[in-house]
Design a protein around this ligand. Structure first.
Ligand code: B12
Length: 342
């Protein structure tokens, strides 16, 4: 292979790597990644053009109910091993300051920020990767003890945005500039702008931003004046009651729900919790699209698993009545209901 041809990940290598994930063949997957490095493909490209899209494809297969959670977990584990092997193979030297990379409190999608952490390491930063679900107080005390140039915070689920905001504010009080990323901030980063924080769409963009401290600190203020109406706080206070009454409503209206096994009841309670949390997050950032994108996704997931779309419509209808004194939540729910009607 010539150096020019080796600069990118060939499509057949990508297909072969996906087969390794399908077969849960950790050693073959690692070997393929190392072979690409040996053929001259830069480590950053192996991480971003092989591991990252394959991992996203894993998610699509799970969403379509083609892959079980066990298959997804096996593939994610292999991706983690491959990332470690690629970086260990290159052994990058650290020549720049320290960057701390962490997931928001309650956020278990550690693999995407791990990719960001390793790209930063490959570009010479001294990186501390704190992994999944880091409580804000622990992150802040870590930042106090270590002189960090910047902190990169990940959020994959938009329902965690209110927590993300608290965490961003806590880091700012320590005077450490923050960059955020991940699917949770919206495909175009619009909810990061709402929270008034620097956002990067991917690892290379994050690396460029971190290298430019002025740009990192020059962010317009948050646009959250709507929070003065207290709807978000009141909604969160009613979370448990909304889940209980949503389940009672489903039992009353859908006979099959009355015969659910304990595991099915748990899954339903978890879905209702997500509905309330996504609704609260949409109210927090004052953007109904956060909720409509979620209910469309949930309806698709449930339908692909044989649950009727009505199982999503019914709780939304119930919440619209229960929350009639919450004008913003009511608007968000109305748009959510319209989205799954088509
Ligand atoms: C693996 C996985 C998990 C694993 C995570 C393991 C791990 N160690 O990371 C586990 C099993 C824990 C998990 C759990 C859940 N998951 Co999940 N998960 C995924 C999956 C399949 C892959 C994530 C991934 O690695 N993607 C590949 C990366 C590289 O892509 P990316 O996220 O877009 O990242 C790029 C950019 O966004 C950016 N970026 C990402 N992070 C950061 C951070 C910073 C600082 C910066 C600057 C940039 C940046 O750079 C990256 C590279 O360019 C995705 C599907 C998918 N398509 O991504 C679902 C997905 C994210 N999960 C989803 C869901 C719903 C869940 C659960 C709620 C499921 C459940 N019912 O319990 C839980 C929630 C757990 C929690 N509280 O966090 C949904 C979210 C849908 C939505 N509407 O929000 C997805 C999209 C699946 C799907 N197709 O429906 N999940």
């Amino acid at each position: 292979m010539t150096a020019a041809a080796a600069a990118v990940v060939p499509s057949e290598a990508y297909a072969g790597y996906l087969d390794c994930l399908t077969d849960a063949d950790e050693f073959a997957a690692t070997e393929m990644a190392i072979d690409l490095l040996d053929a001259g493909v830069p480590a950053e490209r192996v991480l971003l053009d092989l591991v990252a899209p394959a991992q996203a494809e894993v998610g699509e297969r799970w969403a379509r109910n083609e892959w079980s959670v066990a298959q997804e977990h096996a593939a994610t584990h292999i991706s983690e091993q491959v990332i470690a092997a690629v970086v260990a193979h290159v052994k990058p030297a650290s020549t720049r300051g320290r960057v701390v990379v962490a997931c928001m409190d309650g956020e278990w999608h550690a693999l995407p920020p791990r990719l960001v952490a390793e790209v930063l390491r490959l570009r010479g930063w001294q990186v501390t990767f704190l992994g999944a679900s880091v409580p804000a107080a622990h992150l802040v005390s870590y930042l106090h003890r270590h002189d960090a140039h910047a902190v990169a915070l990940a959020c994959a689920l938009p329902m965690r945005l209110p927590h993300a905001h608290r965490m961003i504010e806590a880091c700012r009080r320590s005077d450490v500039p923050v960059v955020v990323g991940g699917r949770g901030f919206g495909a175009d980063g619009r909810w990061a702008r709402r929270l008034g924080v620097a956002w990067a769409p991917d690892a290379p963009a994050a690396a460029e931003l971190i290298a430019d401290e002025r740009a990192l600190r020059a962010v317009p203020p948050a646009q959250l004046a709507h929070l003065a109406d207290d709807e978000y706080t009141s909604l969160v206070r009613r979370r448990a009651e909304l889940i209980d009454s949503g389940l009672a409503r489903l039992r009353e209206r859908v006979p099959a729900v009355r015969a659910y096994t304990p595991a099915q009841v748990d899954a339903t309670v978890s879905d209702l919790g997500h509905i309330v949390d996504f609704l609260a997050a949409a109210v927090y950032v004052d953007d109904a699209s956060l909720f409509t994108e979620f209910v469309e996704w949930l309806a698709e997931i449930l339908v692909s698993r044989g649950v009727p779309a009505g199982a999503v419509a019914l709780p939304l209808e119930h919440y619209a009545v229960a929350l009639r004194d919450f004008p913003r939540a009511e608007r968000v729910l109305a748009q959510g209901r319209a989205a799954i009607r088509h």
